[in-house]
Each structure stands twice: as C-alpha cells, then as structure tokens.
Write a protein that binds this ligand. Structure first.
Ligand code: MN3
Length: 214
C-alpha cells in the first residue's frame, strides 16, 4: 500500500493573508507531493517496509537499509512534517492556546509570550532549511528545538507536538527573505485544537502522534 498525499483540510486561499494562495498550492501539491512520490519509490526497493507508517520508519533510521536511508529520512520526514503542518493550521486560528497545552506551556516556559519568543528564535536561527519545534521528551518534559532539512524529532526519541516550516518555499513568495516576519504572522493561523489533540495523544502514552494519512 503506497503512501498518499493527504488533501489540504481547507482551500488553498484559506490562510490568506498570512500564507498566500500560490505558496499553498506549490507547497502542498508540488513539495509535499514530491516527498510522497520519492518515499514510495524508495520503498519499492524494500517492500517489507511498505506496511510501516512513515512515523515508524523515522523512529529508527538505523534500521532502514543504507541504500534508501537518506531518501527515507528526507522524504519520509517531509511527508510526516507536512502532514502535521497542514493540520495544525486553520483559517481564523491563532489567539492564546487553550486546554492542556496552554497549561504545559505556562509551566515550562513561564508564559505563552516567552514560549513564542523561544520558538520564533529557534526558527529564525535555523541556518538554511529546517523546522522549529515544540517537542516532548520521553519523560513528558517539553522543549523547543530546531532541526535541519526535513528531520523530525521522532528520530531523536522526541514526540513532536507542533512545528513550523522555515524552508524558503514556505514563505519566500510573500515574505521574501524576511523569515522572522513569517514566523511572527504564523501564530495567526495556528490551530490549538489540533495541537491539543496531539498533546493528548502523547499523554495517553503514544510514542508517536496520530499517524500521517496514508
Ligand atoms: Mn515545506
């Protein structure tokens, strides 16, 4: 069974003006679409891995045969990361976080504002392409980190709660080289309900968030 590009949960134009329509089209159809295509092509060489979820593949990259390891890391990562990214955004999102994640953020970082500063900073300082993350350690402790390329915190034994894409393809058409502006505006489309769902899934003992669409 091949991995599939999940449909966007809203229109290409739904996140305007924070994320422009053309960026959404290219980002979802072309970039994410290509990650899925490349992942499937790699797994054809090792059909025994085709039944694994993309998260399972990333959890132990050393277990992936060497001839496809880098491809799985980059394209499996791209698939998992973007499947999350579309879902943790929504039109008319943003505002202060609610529910359990709001409490956890306050407890760990002092305030939502301090957390935002830390998260934006991680995204702004990631050299080249990558992601900014809020992730949890196995003991439940939260941390902000960034990863290069399409690396997902799952490969470091962490549980990714939320992440923002800081590849230029995510923002360049509208924000040009002004990555911090994109990072700041992004909070206006954040979907806290979905992020709380992911956080609940962690608290109920899952080692990974709900599976990416197949
Ligand atoms: Mn991207």
């Amino acid at each position: 069974m091949a991995h599939e590009l999940p449909p966007l949960p809203y229109d290409y134009s739904a996140l305007e003006p924070v994320i422009d329509t053309q960026t959404m089209k290219l980002h979802h159809d072309m970039h994410h679409g290509t990650y899925v295509k490349n992942l499937n092509a790699a797994l054809e060489k090792h059909p025994n891995l085709q039944s694994k979820s993309p998260e399972e593949l990333l959890r132990d990259l050393n277990a992936i045969p060497e001839d496809i390891r880098a491809t799985v890391r980059n394209n499996g990562g791209g698939h998992v990361n973007h499947s999350m990214y579309w879902k943790i955004m929504k039109p008319k999102g943003g505002g202060d976080p609610s529910g359990a994640i709001a409490e956890a953020i306050k407890k760990t970082f002092g305030s939502f504002k301090d957390f935002q500063t830390k998260f934006n900073d991680a995204g702004a300082k990631q050299f080249g392409s990558g992601w900014a993350w809020l992730a949890a350690k196995a003991n439940g402790e939260l941390q902000v980190l960034s990863t290069p390329n399409q690396d997902n915190p799952i490969s470091q034994g962490l549980f990714p709660i939320m992440g923002n894409d800081v590849w230029e393809h995510a923002y360049y058409l509208k924000y040009n080289n002004r990555r911090p502006e994109y990072l700041a505006a992004w909070w206006n489309v954040v979907n806290w309900e979905e992020i709380n769902k992911r956080f609940e899934s962690l608290k109920s003992g899952h080692r990974e968030p709900a599976m990416a669409s197949r």
